[in-house]
Ligand binder design. Structure first.
Ligand code: HEC
Length: 96
């Protein structure tokens, strides 16, 4: 019984940690990305609709965010680090 409780609390903790990381990703998004991609990823206008970004393509996401894309998407290398990009990905992947 004791062992069961320990396992349960470890899982509860990692769930909370995940939820917290998505929240941090949301904040980074709203500071840096929402002006073009839309508040809560709604109404992206001319920018890419991040709600439909393929969820299996993390390396494409990482590359586009770090290096920019086309004439409209700025490069964030130097402004955001790898951890920031991972947190952004958690937010984009999990949806608004
Ligand atoms: C100045 C406006 C602007 C800002 C700010 C901006 N983007 Fe973009 N983004 C664009 C535009 C425009 C495109 C479409 C680029 C193209 O395909 O030519 C785009 C495309 C993308 C794509 C798709 C790239 C692909 O592989 O097709 C991703 C992912 C993305 N943006 C993520 C982000 C994230 C994350 C942020 C915040 C760190 C951000 N963008 C901030 C304008 C912006």
């Amino acid at each position: 019984m004791k062992r069961f409780l320990i396992v349960l609390s470890v899982h509860a903790f990692s769930f909370l940690a995940c939820a917290g990381e998505v929240e941090i990703g949301r904040e980074i998004y709203h500071e840096n990305c929402a002006s073009c991609h839309g508040r809560d990823m709604q109404k992206p206008g001319l920018a890419f609709d991040l709600k439909v970004f393929p969820k299996a393509e993390f390396s494409r996401f990482q590359n586009s965010v770090a290096n920019g894309k086309g004439s409209g998407m700025p490069a964030w290398r130097g402004k955001l680090n790898e951890d920031d990009i991972q947190l952004l990905w958690l937010y984009v992947k999990n949806g608004p």
